[in-house]
Design a protein around this ligand. Structure first.
Ligand code: PEP
Length: 243
């Protein structure tokens, strides 16, 4: 039987505590399982624990426990039962100067505490138009993953998120996503001898395009931003993916 797709909700900084409580009251748990992961703002993580889905962080500290005001470490998240963390999201790269070296450190911290790092990679519109997508992805993968053991690489998840598709309503064609997911898997195999890493697609996934995206055979799930904070949207997406 096919492995269930991994569905990650990146809830960004969209909700207040009232919104979170209302969301969790309304959410239909019918299609929720261990392959569904919600990543709320860290202060709301405790609200999301104890459901049939898993919980992830949107970011973690590159350092271990210590005198780092305002940071949240992998130890702290893991001790709450947080199983995943997004690392290297393009918004962190763009607005907070996160570079591949830091993404690598964060992956290490997560893996050291048995959390799954969801590593975001993707090209800008300019790079896409210049035909540089694959070389950008290759560099990001090599810079983020080099130095990890094969066992560690096999515990990670890669999310291909073209930056120009995030929050814009524009998405690549199915053929483009298909080809890129295959290329990512090829790089992982050739450079790291890994054949075991799920590759997700992220960028403007919604209830309107999920049926179309489901035609793609080479992706292992989705990273979903704004649609994940609307219960009706995420429920519809899960309904389509699970049937
Ligand atoms: C994201 O930011 O990871 C994302 C996929 O956003 P959206 O779905 O809103 O485009």
């Amino acid at each position: 039987m096919d492995k269930k797709k991994l569905i990650i909700g990146n809830m960004k900084m969209y909700m207040t505590s009232g919104d979170v409580k209302e969301y969790l009251q309304k959410l239909n748990l019918k299609n929720m399982n261990e392959q569904v992961v919600f990543c709320p703002s860290s202060i709301y993580i405790p609200y999301f624990l104890g459901y049939p889905f898993q919980v992830g962080a949107q970011n973690i500290s590159a350092t271990t426990l210590g005198a780092y005001t305002g940071e949240i470490s992998a130890e702290q998240l893991a001790s709450l039962g947080v199983a995943y963390t997004i690392v290297g999201h393009s918004e962190r790269r763009m607005y907070f100067g996160e570079i591949n070296e830091e993404v690598h450190q964060k992956m290490k911290r997560a893996l050291d505490h048995h959390m799954v790092p969801i590593v975001c990679i993707g090209e800008t519109l300019e790079e896409y138009n210049a035909g540089k997508t694959l070389s950008i992805l290759r560099t990001q993968l090599i810079d983020c993953l080099t130095g990890l053991s094969l066992e560690e690489i096999n515990k990670t998840v890669i999310a291909y998120e073209p930056i120009w598709a995030i929050g814009t309503g524009k998405i690549p064609t199915n053929l483009e996503i298909e080809k890129i997911a295959i290329e990512i898997k090829k790089i992982l195999q050739e450079v790291f001898q890994s054949t075991n890493v799920p590759v997700l697609y992220g960028g403007s996934v919604s209830s309107k395009n999920i049926e179309q995206l489901e035609q793609i055979t080479s992706i292992d799930g989705y990273l979903i931003g704004s649609a994940s904070v609307k219960t009706k949207e995420i429920e519809k997406i899960l309904e389509v993916v699970n049937h």
